[in-house]
Every structure is written in structure tokens, then in C-alpha cells.
Design a protein. Structure first.
Ligand code: FMN
Ligand code: SF4
Ligand code: SF4
Length: 474
């Protein structure tokens, strides 16, 4: 029997949507015209640029970090919420919903911390036809100085209070957007859950200063010679976002349907967030960088991967990776891997050698010309010989149209050797090696049964001193 064709249709906190790809509340959802173009491109939903208290924005607003030829690896902004009048935003939401009834529009809201003010904005957003509400408890600059945004998200009691006010009035699902600028994101998540939130979204942007101009000593983005800490997002924040998503979803007191946000730009990113328990994902920086049409690859890629893996729906793989993230004390201390260098792929650059000697455990050697490994020489002697040889060994022909990916033209003396007995399996050499799959990490059968730190301490195998410094908060 053949597996049914995969579908991207999802139901998130009771909101049915044609796919799990939503635009995050940000400039790509500033106005109705943009949101409609995004829906035409294929986005399932859009969280409207936050509506609420009146603001004035500064100029300039964005700065970024480039990394190794990649522009906007991390994006920083000091923009506030929507600077358009609330009634204009709400009228456009109504118009978008009239024209695109099947697409999801979520109203992102932020007003001053008063019960009546929240009740009023909730009513107006729902009257305009919003399918749900997202409470912006995350904006890290400007609004927080006025007691809104992350000033709320950082204090679980405020978070709980405002969520409960909103829940008193709301008829549609309420999503609480969490700030990452807090030591334990589970605390505001638990508070939101206690107050009856239907869902969470994470993360908003991370406090950051992207850089200082070394000519005039002024920070970026420059506003008349000064700047302010801004919110960081884009590819650089994805690992932080994944960690926070995992923390929330692994905590029964916090877990709710979760919309994953932070550095998502490809179907692979989206799949990772869903594997850690997210019901859908939101995207900002990648769309600001490459435009709405990235959705085409995201949809095609996710569907193709689901078909390959035999998944029919998003729920089939949601959360599958959660049991694989655990506390360090439960990791198998008897699991042993070592680095293996594949000579046929090695180009003899010796980056692995340098990394292992200076940054790891001194167990990659440049002694391949010796007829047999010489165990009489100390590491210092091996290094001295290698250092001498490095300047005399011919460089492989890196410009020979790919042929250099073969040890046929990489002199043997440039291909390093791993001393497997002393290799601790840290992965560093494989991470720095510029040739894909040239260094693989392979498991060694050491004949030992699995055993973790927790088991060792319970069995009394841990020296007294080590037990004393154990973290009892685990
Ligand atoms: C210029 C800019 C403006 C933003 N404005 C808002 C906003 O008004 N409300 C909000 O909840 N989040 C806002 N965000 C945060 C995004 O919605 C999102 O949480 C964050 O950028 C992380 O996602 P990303 O890595 O895909 O950009 C803004 C982000 C940027 C870059
Ligand atoms: S194994 Fe990789 S890093 Fe090491 S020399 Fe060969 S190509 Fe360079
Ligand atoms: S895995 Fe670590 S210890 Fe082992 S050879 Fe590579 S860098 Fe050295």
C-alpha cells in the first residue's frame, strides 16, 4: 500500500491553516498590500506588525553582522511597533481577511498595561476579523522603557496578569510571544500558561550591539552619533531559539502549542523547529533579505522531505526530537568515537592538524612518511619535524579542476594521521576540515556497556570531591 501524499495543512491552537509558514510580526507585515502579496506567494499566515500604543521611529534603524561573505548573518534593529494609526491597520486587516478568507491573519498587540486598554484593543482587533491575537511581550527596546514589550515579558507576574486580562475578553486564540532576554524562558511561559494562553511563540529578538565604527567611535545603527541596544535576529540566533523552544516544550508546566521563530530561512530550519515540538513557524529576517518568494522552496522542500521520510502530516514528526535532548548527566560516558581521515579526499591543507594541536588533544600527526609509526618520539619531537616539513612539502594543485580532491596528487606526507588511542572524539578536526566527508567521526567498540554520570554517582563510583561540586538543581 503506498503512503498517502504529504500535506502541509496544520491546525495550530485551533487555527486551521493551509501550511505552517507564517510571516512574523515585522516590516514584511507592515500593511495590507504587503500581506496580500505574501499570501499570493504562498505564505499560509501573517502576524501583523505590532499594533498599539502610538510611537515615533528613529532613522536609521538597522545594522547587521556579515560573516565570511554571507551578508546579514545577524540583523539588529531599533525599530518600534507599527507607526501607522491603529484604525488604518485594523481596516486593512479587515480588507485582507475579506479578500483572503483562507489565509490566517494574527493581530500582534502591545498597549499600556491597563485592563481596559487591553480589553479595547482585543475587541477592535477581533472585530476587524483577526483569526487570533499575539501579545508582544518581547520588544527589547523603546517600548520596554515605557513599561511594555520585554518589560512585561521579563516579569512572569506581569505576563500572567496581562494574559489573563486578554483572556477575559478574547474570543479567538491568544498567543503569547516570549522574549529571549531572560535567564529562564520557562518562567514567563509558565505564567502565560497559568493565565490561560492558548499558545506561545518564541523567540522575539535578542539584546545586542552589532558594532562600533572605529573612525568616529559611534555605534551602529547610528542615530545622530548615538545608538541604543537593539534586537538581534536572523541566522545567527537560530541555535539560541532552538534551545529556548526545547526548554519550553520539555517543561510540562510551560508547554503549549508553540510557534517557532528565530533564524528560519529554509525548509530545513522549519523542520528542525517542528522536530523540537513547534506546531508552525514564523519568518522575518529571511524575508527581509530575500523576499516573499522563499516560501516556494520552503514548501517544496518540506513536502519532499516528508515524502522521503514517510510523514503525511506536520503532526507526524512534531516533537520527534524532544526525547533526544536530555540533561548532560544522562549522556553515555562510555560512547567513544574517533576521527578518521579519508586519504582519497584529503587536500593536505593540514587545518585539522593545527586545530587538534592548538585547540584539542594533540593527536593528529604529520608523520605519514615514516615506514611505521615511531613510538619513541615525544609529541614535541613530532611537532618539530612536522613544522620543519611544512615549509618544504609541495602544495597540492588546488586549481586542477577538482582533481586535487585526491591523494593521488596530495603528497602522502601532507595527509595527517590520527592517533585513535588518544583521540577524544571532540569533532573539532571534522568541523574545520574544508572538504566535505573527508574526516568522518566513527564509533569504536570499546566493549563497555552504556553508563552515564547519574548512574556513576548513584553507584558510588564518583570520587568524593566530584560529588561535592555536583549541581543539585540539575
Ligand atoms: C525590523 C524588525 C522589526 C520587528 N518588529 C517586531 C514587531 O513589531 N513585533 C514583534 O512581535 N516582533 C518584531 N520583530 C521580531 C520578529 O517578529 C522576530 O521575532 C525576530 O525577528 C526573529 O525572527 P527572524 O530571525 O526570522 O528575524 C521585528 C524584527 C525586525 C528585524
Ligand atoms: S583531513 Fe581535511 S583538514 Fe586535514 S589536511 Fe586533509 S583536507 Fe585538510
Ligand atoms: S576529534 Fe578532536 S581529539 Fe580527535 S583528532 Fe579530531 S581534533 Fe583531535
Amino acid at each position: 500500500m503506498s503512503t498517502p501524499k504529504p500535506t502541509l495543512e496544520t491546525t495550530f491552537a485551533g487555527i486551521k491553516c493551509m501550511n505552517p509558514f507564517w510571516l512574523a510580526s515585522a516590516p514584511p507585515t507592515n500593511c495590507g498590500e504587503q500581506v496580500m502579496r505574501a499570501f499570493d506567494a504562498g505564505w499560509g499566515g501573517a502576524v501583523w506588525k505590532t499594533i498599539g500604543a502610538p510611537i515615533t521611529n528613529v532613522s536609521s534603524r538597522y545594522s547587521s553582522i556579515d560573516w565570511d561573505g554571507h551578508r546579514m548573518m545577524g540583523l539588529n534593529n531599533i525599530e518600534l511597533i507599527s507607526d501607522r494609526p491603529t484604525e488604518v491597520n485594523l481596516r486593512e486587516i479587515a480588507e485582507v481577511k475579506r479578500r483572503y478568507p483562507k489565509n490566517i491573519v494574527i493581530a500582534s498587540l502591545m498597549v499600556e498595561s491597563k485592563r481596559e486598554t487591553w480589553h479595547e484593543i482585543v475587541q477592535r482587533a477581533e472585530d476587524a476579523g483577526a483569526d487570533g491575537l499575539e501579545l508582544n511581550f518581547g520588544c527589547p527596546h523603546g517600548m520596554s522603557e515605557r513599561g511594555m514589550g520585554s518589560a512585561v515579558g521579563q516579569v512572569p507576574e506581569y505576563c500572567e496578569q496581562i494574559t489573563s486580562w486578554v483572556k477575559e475578553k478574547a474570543r479567538t486564540p491568544v498567543i503569547v510571544k516570549l522574549t529571549p532576554n531572560i535567564s529562564d524562558i520557562r518562567m514567563p511561559a509558565r505564567a502565560a500558561k497559568r493565565a490561560g494562553a492558548d499558545a506561545l511563540s518564541a523567540i522575539n529578538t535578542i539584546n545586542s550591539i552589532t558594532g562600533i565604527n572605529l573612525d568616529n567611535f559611534q555605534p551602529n545603527p547610528n542615530v545622530d552619533g548615538k545608538s541604543s541596544h537593539g534586537g538581534y535576529c536572523g541566522p545567527a540566533v537560530k541555535p539560541i531559539a532552538l534551545n529556548m523552544v526545547q526548554q519550553v516544550q520539555s517543561d510540562p508546566a510551560a508547554a503549549l502549542p508553540l510557534s517557532g521563530i528565530g533564524g528560519i530561512g529554509t525548509w530545513r530550519d522549519a523542520a528542525e523547529f517542528i522536530l523540537l515540538g513547534c506546531g508552525n513557524v514564523q519568518v522575518c529576517t529571511a524575508v527581509m533579505h530575500y523576499g516573499y518568494r522563499i516560501i516556494e522552496d520552503m514548501q517544496d522542500g518540506l513536502l519532499a522531505w516528508m515524502a522521503e521520510k514517510g510523514f503525511t502530516t506536520i503532526d507526524d514528526f512534531r516533537g520527534l526530537s524532544l526525547p533526544n535532548v536530555t540533561d548532560w548527566k544522562y549522556l553515555n560516558l562510555n560512547y567513544k568515537i574517533v576521527a578518521r581521515i579519508h586519504e582519497d579526499l584529503c587536500i593536505g591543507c593540514q587545518l585539522c592538524y593545527t586545530a587538534c594541536w592548538d585547540g584539542a588533544h594533540q593527536c593528529i600527526h604529520l608523520d605519514r612518511t615514516a615506514p611505521a609509526p615511531d613510538t619513541t618520539r615525544t609529541p614535541a619531537m613530532v611537532e618539530a619535524t612536522s613544522a620543519q616539513r611544512i615549509s618544504t612539502t609541495p602544495i597540492p594543485k588546488l586549481d586542477s579542476g577538482g582533481a586535487a580532491h585526491s591523494s593521488a596528487i596530495t603528497p602522502l606526507e601532507r595527509i595527517p594521521r590520527v592517533d585513535e588511542e588518544h583521540c577524544v572524539g571532540c569533532n573539532l578536526c571534522a568541523l574545520v576540515c574544508p572538504v566535505e566527508n573527508c574526516i568522518t567521526m566513527e564509533q569504536i567498540n570499546n566493549g563497555l556497556p552504556p553508563q552515564n554520570w547519574d548512574e556513576r554517582t548513584s553507584a558510588g563510583l564518583v570520587p568524593e570531591g566530584a560529588r561535592e561540586v555536583m549541581n543539585t538543581n540539575g
